[in-house]
Design a protein around this ligand. Structure first.
Ligand code: NAD
Length: 477
């Protein structure tokens, strides 16, 4: 049985309760894990606070070196960790390797930043005094992570936090704890001091992190309803929150776009990770002149996405993560069909004995999807793409912005004028112009509207794990 990592020990839940983690491709039990709760979170928060007294006092250069060594050690275990990620999450082994590598790279990236951030020296009106602006760590921070990218989304929170001198209480999603435990274990083997990152598991642990007074900031990636609950739970403590929530990213393709490049990026943008990505092309708006041709190209690409067990190197798309998720996407597609949409590719579940025990779904492309259908008003967290015909950029922008979400967005055009207008007018935290929707370490990432607030990635995320303090020195003898 796997155990939690608290205070340098490998522990079971205080309650003694456990639950099983299942493989979404086969239904088999992968492992049992502790079902932790508030007592375990309290212990982890105290351990983090104790560890922070030492970790926060190291020089930034020492933290940089430790994080580099720990990341290098973890990166030596990518294959083993990736296999575990595929078993518990379902994604293909190729996707898991990319994700496991991103975990280590992210720790190293913020390690590099640890000794590059500095405060300010400020002249004050009285020449006998001067001011400083310091950046101090917050202390203990909480990280609550979903199941779709368990490792990258954990690293996005742990890396800037510990690089800035904080210690962390981390809670993976209940269904994907195992690869996260291995990543943290690998960091510790590589020299990260015990107690700097504590991992608590269990269905009740998330709320306990948000309401634990020792934890000064919580970063959540999850759905919009969960984000709203977390914000309300954090309010009585005036706790800082970063909320990376749901999205329904629009993509606009104009007549003057490079269609081959657009089709490739849209296909990856929609079907990567079996469509279970926050940053995913979830609504496609195509100008009339290229509508038919782009559809052909997208269908050609979807044909190549053979669903299968992620451990089989021939699989191009794993199963969905859970039965509930699959049922949700099926219901959204059904709703669109009942309102007059048509399937131009896919639909339904793949058939055959190898698919019987997993949550498989075919990649699906729909047209004539009405504006009020669930596929265009809700987040579609699975491999189904609604395609909408538009007259021009005006209509594309109007429809793209007709959403409560504001996470990512993209446009394909060869006109600088059209591209720049979209950059200015699309209501989203990120706009890609003629580029694949990938979140870069270097750029701040985060949503607007009901996709949340606060940033991950970039220097901005590091700064959000610090607090500014103004200091005045008077020159008296
Ligand atoms: P979820 O909201 O159900 O759960 C996310 C995490 O929050 C889990 O660890 C869960 O246990 C925990 N949680 C749930 N309720 C809680 C509460 N009241 N207090 C504290 N913790 C709580 O999300 P999910 O189904 O695991 O993930 C899919 C969702 O995440 C989608 O909406 C997706 O768009 C979103 N997501 C967003 C981003 C982003 O960066 N914006 C990235 C990936 C996924």
């Amino acid at each position: 049985m796997a155990t939690m990592i608290i205070e340098g020990e490998r522990v079971e839940a205080a309650s003694g309760r456990t639950y099983e983690v299942h493989n979404p491709a086969t239904g088999e039990v992968v492992d049992s894990v502790p079902d932790g709760g508030p007592e375990d979170v309290e212990r982890a928060a105290r351990a983090a606070a104790e560890a922070q007294k030492t970790w926060g006092r190291l020089s930034a250069g020492e933290r940089r070196q430790i994080l580099h060594r720990a990341a290098a050690h973890m990166l030596g275990k990518v294959d083993e960790i990736a296999e575990m990620l595929t078993k518990e999450q379902g994604k293909t082994i190729l996707e898991s390797r990319i994700e496991a590598r991103r975990f280590g790279e992210n720790i190293a990236w913020y390690g590099d930043l640890a000794d590059k951030i500095h405060g300010d020296y400020v002249n004050l009106p009285d020449p006998q005094s001067f001011g400083l602006v310091l950046r101090r760590p917050i202390g203990v921070t909480g990280a609550i992570v979903p199941w779709n990218f368990p490792l990258t989304l954990a690293a996005n929170k742990i890396a800037p936090s510990i690089a800035a001198g904080n210690c962390v209480v981390l809670k993976p999603a209940s269904t994907t704890p195992l690869s996260t435990l291995r990543c943290v274990e690998a960091l510790i083997e590589g020299g990260l001091p015990e107690g700097v990152v504590n991992v608590v598991l269990g269905h009740r642990a998330g709320e306990a992190i948000v309401t634990n007074p020792i934890i000064g900031k919580v970063a959540l990636t999850g759905s919009t309803p969960t984000g709203k609950q977390v914000m309300a739970q954090a309010a009585p403590y005036l706790k800082k929150v970063t909320l990376e929530l749901g999205g329904s990213d629009p993509c606009i393709v104009l007549d003057d776009a490079n269609l081959e490049a657009a089709a490739k990026a849209i296909s990856t943008g929609r079907f990567f990770n079996c469509g279970q990505a926050c940053l995913a092309i979830k609504r496609l708006y195509v100008q009339e002149g290229v509508y038919d041709r782009l559809l052909e190209l997208l269908v050609e690409r979807a044909r190549k996405l053979k669903p299968g067990n992620g451990l089989d190197p021939a699989s191009r798309m794993g199963p969905m993560h859970s039965e509930t998720q699959r049922a949700e996407v099926e219901a959204q597609v059904q709703d669109a069909l009942e309102r007059g949409a048509r399937v131009v590719y896919g639909g339904g579940r793949p058939q055959g004995p190898e698919y019987e025990r997993g949550w498989f779904l075919n990649p699906t492309i729909l047209v004539d999807v009405p504006q009020d259908s669930r596929m265009l008003t809700e987040e579609v967290f699975g491999p189904a793409l609604p395609v909408v015909r538009i007259k021009d950029l005006d209509q594309g922008l109007e429809l793209a912005n007709r959403s409560s979400f504001g996470l990512g967005s993209s446009i394909w055009t060869s006109s600088m004028r059209s591209a720049h207008r979209a950059v200015l007018e699309l209501e989203a935290g990120y706009t890609w112009v003629n580029a694949l929707q990938v979140a870069h370490d270097e750029l701040p990432f985060g949503g607007t509207k009901e996709s949340g607030f606060g940033k991950e990635h970039g220097i901005e995320a590091f700064l959000q794990y610090t607090e500014q303090k103004s200091v005045v020195y008077g020159l008296v003898d």
